[in-house]
Design a protein around this ligand. Structure first.
Ligand code: CP
Length: 307
């Protein structure tokens, strides 16, 4: 992974997942270490973000790196018509690694092909969100003490949800049983389902959530993403399809944890937040440690990490 871009969860192996997760555990115990003080990290966000951008910036800052970039491309020369290639070539003169979010699928791969410095994909359209995937794996391993032999439910927008696409693909490396809950219009794409079939893993598809909750170890809720719909009427038909309320967790397994990449809109009511099974804010916190691990490994400074 040293000096390499991270664009898709397929760019790395199961051995790499363990390496990142194990290092993230060390950062969780000791997050402030002055080991990246010679490095500059650029964060280029062409699409809104709270968690991914700020957790990367927090991760880098806590390790002593300097951070440059933009959170709104309309304040950059993109507004004047500068191409993605020219932006990347320019920013690579000012930084050692670029974290980029872009609304267009394939843009992160393209950026990595023209960039002289490593690119970390912080989400490209509905395609991939590999760093979210790794923090999700970290959160599952931390709460369940294992990654194999788990029943995992994905709820909501399985068609456009890039966090779902990356995580489903990663979980096919483990003995996962998948429970896929979505409106018919938002089913998991066949191309992603094929990864499950290729590993002969079990999967079940549903349109209702209630009957599934007692069966699973992880309930991974997602937002129906208005911004991904070309047709506003299609969004109106499916918005609010799944709303998790606290009383719906009464028959859940003791070890169940509710995860969500966030932001939520209305798919988890606030009364769930006080239930010990709610894990989405800790999940977001885990993002700092996992991103510290990724920056450190890609920049080749792993040996400096203190336990
Ligand atoms: N999970 C996630 O990608 O959140 P942000 O859009 O706030 O970065």
């Amino acid at each position: 992974m040293k000096n390499k871009s991270l664009i898709s969860i397929h760019d790395i192996t199961k051995v790499d997942y363990d390496r990142v997760l194990d290092l993230a555990e060390k950062f969780e115990k000791n997050p402030k270490q002055d080991i990246l003080n010679n490095w500059v990290v650029a964060t280029l966000f062409f699409e809104p973000s709270t968690r991914t951008r700020l957790s990367f910036e927090s991760a880098a800052s806590q390790l002593g790196a300097r951070v440059i970039g933009f959170s709104d491309a309309s304040t950059s020369s993109v507004k004047k018509g500068e191409t993605l290639k020219d932006t990347i070539l320019t920013v690579s003169n000012y930084s050692d690694i670029i974290v980029m979010r872009h609304p267009r699928e394939g843009s992160a791969r393209y950026a990595s092909e023209v960039s002289p410095v490593p690119i970390i994909n912080a989400g490209d359209g509905a395609n991939q969100h590999p760093t979210q995937c790794l923090l999700d794996l970290y959160s599952i391993r931390k709460t369940q003490k294992k990654l194999d032999d788990l029943h995992i439910a994905f709820v909501g927008d399985l068609k456009y949800g890039r966090t779902v696409h990356s995580l489903v693909q990663a979980l096919t490396n483990y003995k996962t049983t998948f429970h896929l809950i979505s409106p018919v219009e938002l089913k998991l794409p066949s191309s992603v389902k094929q990864f499950i079939k290729d590993k002969n893993l079990e999967y079940y598809q549903y349109t209702e959530m209630d009957q599934v909750i007692p069966k699973v170890d992880i309930l991974y809720m997602t937002r129906i993403q208005q911004e991904r719909f070309a047709d506003p009427l299609e969004y109106e038909r499916v918005k609010g399809a799944y709303i998790l309320r606290e009383n719906m967790l009464s028959d859940a397994k003791k070890n169940l944890r509710v995860m969500h990449p966030l932001p939520r809109v209305n798919e988890i009511t606030e009364d769930v937040d006080d239930n010990p099974k709610a894990y989405y804010f800790q999940q977001a916190q885990n993002g700092v440690y996992v991103r510290q691990a990724l920056l450190t490994i890609i920049l080749g400074e792993e040996k400096k990490v203190k336990s």
